[in-house]
Every structure is written in C-alpha cells, then in structure tokens.
Design a protein around this ligand. Sequence first.
Ligand SMILES: [Zn+2]
Length: 280
Amino acid sequence: MAVGSGRVPVQRVLGRNAGLMTGPGTNSYLIGSQQLALVDPGPVDPGHIDAVLRVLASRSLNWIFVTHTHGDHSPGTVLLQQKTGAEVIGLSPSAGSTHQDHSFTPSRIYHDGEVIDCGEFRVRLVHSPGHVSNHFCFLLEEENILFTGDHILEGTTPVILPPDGNMRHYLESLTKLKTLPLSALAPGHGRMMDDPNGVIDTLIRHRLRREQKTVTGLLELSSVSGPASLEALALRVYDDVPQHLLPWAQRTLLAHLIKLEEDGRVFRTGDKWSGVHAYG
Ligand SMILES: [Zn+2]
C-alpha cells in the first residue's frame, strides 16, 4: 500500500501479526524507488519477509532502519540482512534487558541527530526514549514524514515499560518531536496520521491527565484505607480501560508513579504507594 504523496515513494507492507498489542499488525515501510530502505522488518515471519521481497522485486534493499528491539519490530532483521546485505541502523538493547530482541546487531554505533544519506533521500535519526530506552524515530527529510515505531501509535497510546521504559523520557521525547518540521506520522501500528502536532499535543495532554488522575486517586485511596497497591490504584486510575488491558495499564501506571516519586508527589512504602498533600 502506497502512503504519502510526495516525490520519494513510501510503501507500507502490513505484517501478519495482528493481535492485542500489535493492532492490525506491524507496519514495515519501504522507502525509495531504486535503492530502497526499510523501516522495521517485524517479527521472524518468512511469509512477511517474502512479502517485503516481492514488493522490492529486482530493486536493492540497502538500508534497514529499526525503531526498537521489541519482538514485533526487529527480529526479522537477521533474515532480511542475510538476503540483502543491507546496512542495519538502530540501537542495541541495553544489556540484561528482558523482553528485548538480543539477536539485533546494528552495523555500527548510531547517534541522535545523525543523517543517513541514501542518495535519493536522507533519513535523520531521532533518539526518542520512553517506550523503551533504545527507541529511534526516523525522519524522511524530503517528505517530513516521521516513522514513529511504538513512540506514537494510531488509535491507541503506547505502553511505557519500566525499568527500561521511562515516563519522564517519554514526555521529553514527545516535546522534542515538536521542534521537527513534520507533515505526517507513520506509526509502527495503524494508519498514517496527517496532523503531527495535533497528535503529539493530544498525547502529552493524555499523559498529564493520567498523571493528575494518579495523584488524585492515590490521595483519595490512601486517606481511606492507607497506602495502595498498584492493582488497587490501577482499578481507580484506569477505570476507563477494559479489564483485559489492566495488566498493561499497570505497567504504564508504574511508570507514572516512578516519575511522580522523583517529583516528590508520591512515595513508596514496600510495594504500596501514598500521595503527598500539596499545601500552600
Ligand atoms: Zn515496542
């Protein structure tokens, strides 16, 4: 499926891994017309890799960009790199991190702000920690399309996964994106979005509202029944979320609590949490 309408072609190849956490499936994007780049090969799925190679046809794949090393984004890199010899661009998972694809090996060390010259087009690397620490967004400079991986999703908000994920970094990364010239967001899951600043502002507001709801909920709970467990607090703060998503909501709630603890607005006793009354 073609996306965008500019002079550098961008095509989306939808992965076959639809599910609770992946929506319609992982988006792989092919960029360019002769020497191509791919964003996110997806999971190890020979059927999906074949679909990418069919779209590629006789053209060469020279660059593989990987937003982050979760199992639905990066593990297909090894197979695709073997078939094409492409340069692999991304960040390794931090040592010892769990739920990460440790098979992922970038071609060298890459840095925030670096621009990869792909001849027909250029791609700027934008370090965007928060969902996980090794997350990159990629800016296609000719089109001002930002490939957002799991930093920004269409139709839902990403889970922030402590300890590698970090709510403060997530909010800082969102604010940083507002300094970029953006015409569209190409997410790792869901459809393209053509109001980047509106989407980013909505996400920031959503997170700050959830943060305030966390503080208020915790003060109310702890004033009635003492320090609250994560589970009890999640039921209160995420009362708008379906039951089956609560285990994931708890992870993001923990990310909120860790940030609020650093800000001196909540405190932890063992595995229970209390609010700090603000006076003045
Ligand atoms: Zn992810």
